[in-house]
Design a protein around this ligand. Sequence first.
Ligand code: ATP
Length: 234
Amino acid sequence: MTLEGRRIVCDYGPVRALAGIDLHAAGGEIVAIVGPNGAGKTTLLRVLSGERRPDRGEVTLNGSRVSGSDAAWRARIGLVSHRTGLYEKLTAMENLRFFAALHGLARSGRKLTATLDAVGARGLAGRRIEALSRGQRQRVALARSLLHDPEFLFLDEPFSGLDPEGAAGLERALVARRNDGVAVVLVTHDLRRGLRLADRVVVLRRGRKVLDGEAAEDEAAEILDHFTAGAPDP
Ligand code: ATP
C-alpha cells in the first residue's frame, strides 16, 4: 500500500508553493515533513490527502489516481489540519457521534470513549467545543481523525498546543497505528520529535524537496543544517 505524489506543482496565483515534488508514504511508516515557514509543507499535505488538487503532477495509491472528491478515498484517510472542523456548539462526544454517522459507522459509546481515551480526551466527552482550550480542541480533533480507523493519517502540526503528557500520548497513539500498518504523514516544526518519531524525514525548502531520508541519528545534523540554513522562506 503506497501513496505516491509525482512531480507535484502547486501555485497560489503568482506564488509557486510546490515546484515539482516527488514523495511516497507506505503503510507501516511515519513520514515527517519539516522545513521553514512557507516551504510548502501544508500545501503538500493537502495535496497528498486529496484536499487540494495539484496544478501539475498526480497522487496515486498503488498506481491509481487519488481524488479528494472520491468518498471511498476520504473514508480511508484521517486528516488533522489547522481547522479542527469540529462543531462548536456540540460536545466532544456529540461531535464524534456525528462524524461516526457521517462515515456510516455504528460506533458504540464505549468505542467512542476509547477513541477519546487514546488521545487523553476522555474527560472532555461532555464538554462543548466552544468551551475548550486550544490543546483540548486539538485532542478532540485527533480523536475525530482516528474514529474510523483510517489507513492513512495526515497531520498538520499535531503536537501544537498539546502539553507534554498530551504530546507523549499522541506519540504512543501514532506509533501504535504505524505498527498496525497505517501510513502516517505529519508536518511538524518540532524537528527533534520528528526525528525521534519518524521512520523517514522529508525536508522542504521553497517548494522543493531538499532531503528525503531515514530518520537515523547520524543524519540528524544534516537535516538540522537543511532546516536551519538561511532565513525563513518569504
Ligand atoms: P508554515 O510552516 O508557515 O505553516 P508551510 O511550509 O506549511 O508554512 P504553506 O502553507 O504550504 O507553507 O505555504 C507555501 C507557500 O504558499 C507560501 O509562500 C505561502 O505564502 C503560499 N500560500 C499558502 N496558502 C496560500 C493561499 N491561500 N493564498 C496565497 N498564497 C498561499
